[in-house]
Structure formats: C-alpha cells, structure tokens
Design a protein around this ligand. Sequence first.
Ligand SMILES: *[C@@H]1O[C@H](CO)[C@@H](O)[C@H](O)[C@H]1NC(C)=O
Ligand SMILES: *[C@@H]1O[C@H](CO)[C@@H](O)[C@H](O)[C@H]1NC(C)=O
Ligand SMILES: *[C@@H]1O[C@H](CO)[C@@H](O)[C@H](O)[C@H]1NC(C)=O
Ligand SMILES: *[C@@H]1O[C@H](CO)[C@@H](O)[C@H](O)[C@H]1NC(C)=O
Ligand SMILES: *[C@@H]1O[C@H](CO)[C@@H](O)[C@H](O)[C@H]1NC(C)=O
Ligand SMILES: *[C@@H]1O[C@H](CO)[C@@H](O)[C@H](O)[C@H]1NC(C)=O
Ligand SMILES: [Ca+2]
Length: 224
Amino acid sequence: LFYPFGSAAGDTINAAVDDGSSPVINLLSPFLFFGRTYWQIYVNNNGHLTFNQPSSAYVPYSFPARGSQDIIAGLWTDLDNRQRGVVSYRQYTSGNVLTHATQDINTHFPNLNFTASWVFVATWDKVAYYSLTNTETSFQVVLISDSNFSFIMMNYGEIAVTTHRVQAGYDTINSTHYIVINGSNSGSSISNLRNSSNVSVSGRWAFRVDGGQHISEGKVFTFP
Ligand SMILES: *[C@@H]1O[C@H](CO)[C@@H](O)[C@H](O)[C@H]1NC(C)=O
Ligand SMILES: *[C@@H]1O[C@H](CO)[C@@H](O)[C@H](O)[C@H]1NC(C)=O
Ligand SMILES: *[C@@H]1O[C@H](CO)[C@@H](O)[C@H](O)[C@H]1NC(C)=O
Ligand SMILES: *[C@@H]1O[C@H](CO)[C@@H](O)[C@H](O)[C@H]1NC(C)=O
Ligand SMILES: *[C@@H]1O[C@H](CO)[C@@H](O)[C@H](O)[C@H]1NC(C)=O
Ligand SMILES: *[C@@H]1O[C@H](CO)[C@@H](O)[C@H](O)[C@H]1NC(C)=O
Ligand SMILES: [Ca+2]
C-alpha cells in the first residue's frame, strides 16, 4: 500500500522536534490545489502539509473551518517524533514511483488517461503521540500531478488509538472545498482508517484536488 519511504528510499528526514516542520520544500513541478498553484510546501510533524508557512499546530480544528489556509491532513493530531518514529519526504519526477502513481490514478480515476509527471511522498513512520512514547502510528500523504490534474492519496498503516483530538482530510481557504475522511475525527476509532477506503483499497483514500481549472499564461483552461 505504501509508496517507498525512509532513508532507504532517499527521503529527506525531518528533525526530531516536537511540533516541528521541514524547512520550505521547493517543488520541482507546480501543484494545483483548487485553483491555487503552489511551488512550495511544508511537511509538519503533527501530521499535516501546509503551503505558505510551516505549522506547529498540534490541536486540529474541525473541517470546514472557513479559515485562511489550505491544509492537507494525513492525520492531524499531537504526534511527537522525538522519542519514536520518523517523518520524511521526497519528490520524484522520473522512475518507478511515477509509473506506480500513473497506474494507481488510472485505476482510481478511470477515463482521465492520466500520466504522472511529479509525485511527492510524505511519510510518518511509526511516530508516537505526544507523551505516549510507546504508541506507533504510520501513514502517508502522496501528492500526484501531471501539472493540469492533481490528486492526493492518503495511505494508512497501523494507527494507534488516542485521546488527543484528530482530523484527516483537507480544507481550503474559506472552506470552498473540504473533505473529512470518514471516522477520522474520533481518536478511539481511527484504527479503522486502515480498513476503510473510498477507492476500494483498504487503508487508502484518494481525491482529485485540482478543482478542474488551470490558468496558464493568462488563459483559463477547464478540465472535466
Ligand atoms: C492517452 O495518452 C497517451 C499519451 O499521453 C496518448 O498517446 C494516447 O493516445 C491517449 N489515449 C487516449 C484514449 O486518449
Ligand atoms: C494541460 O492542459 C493544456 C491546455 O488544455 C494542454 O495544452 C497541455 O497539453 C496539458 N498538459 C498535460 C500534461 O496534459
Ligand atoms: C475568503 O473570504 C474573505 C471574506 O469573505 C474574502 O475577503 C477573501 O477574498 C476570501 N479568500 C479567498 C481566497 O477566496
Ligand atoms: C483491519 O486491517 C488489518 C490489516 O489488514 C487486519 O489485521 C484487521 O483485522 C482489520 N480489522 C478489522 C476490524 O477489519
Ligand atoms: C462515509 O460515511 C457515510 C455516512 O456514514 C456513508 O454514507 C458513506 O458511504 C461513507 N463513505 C465511504 C467512502 O466509506
Ligand atoms: C473519496 O471520498 C469522498 C468522500 O468520502 C468523495 O467525495 C470522493 O468523490 C471520493 N473519491 C473517489 C475517487 O471516489
Ligand atoms: Ca506534537
């Protein structure tokens, strides 16, 4: 289920800092997110991705928040990689990972004849919850693009139960678009994430997130 990750896959590894983040990651290809084009991203240790600035937020707000940021939450909660677990990421513009992503997207979203040109994989591997150093939670957020279409995929492994607040899905500026993954906002039932899906693959949730519109050289292109 998981895409390659960790030092064996050549990932860059986040510092083991509670509530920390990656430095700014410059994207090798633009990522279209509901009409906004991003050239940078941050991988935040508390289980989410943000675009304009890093985020140390460890208590999730509920989606839709009608807030001022775009956010992608693999599992937004109070994770702590100081004692246990690795948060890492890598982007690809060639190789097997693109082939794999192309196959997955064409399976999950038939009729688009999609060919991935860029894949970004962020992985939280066996990370503990804050103050519960013997817990282990593993999940991945994969961003996939051909520069016109864009997708996000969440892959869930073993997810420990928790009493911390939790939230998985995405939310946009002003919540014009948002998704809460079923059952992801209850810490006592999130272990079921690995058994549920919206694409008939247990543990995987996939969403198309370009918004169907691409602006290039002042022209607006609309896609099905
Ligand atoms: C799908 O895309 C490939 C390459 O982009 C192209 O060669 C092929 O003709 C396309 N197939 C369909 C059914 O549109
Ligand atoms: C993106 O869309 C534009 C406008 O329709 C088209 O010219 C271009 O070939 C598309 N790019 C890809 C990678 O499909
Ligand atoms: C969000 O809503 C505020 C208040 O209505 C508005 O001023 C702002 O332009 C909106 N932002 C976007 C990106 O739509
Ligand atoms: C969830 O999936 C795991 C791994 O596939 C399996 O071991 C477990 O029994 C499943 N739990 C339920 C409630 O289906
Ligand atoms: C999510 O939950 C709702 C309500 O319980 C249900 O109708 C829907 O089918 C579920 N969706 C998926 C993809 O499991
Ligand atoms: C994934 O799930 C959400 C809601 O649960 C749904 O709106 C969306 O269309 C689903 N994607 C696919 C490919 O079915
Ligand atoms: Ca934390």
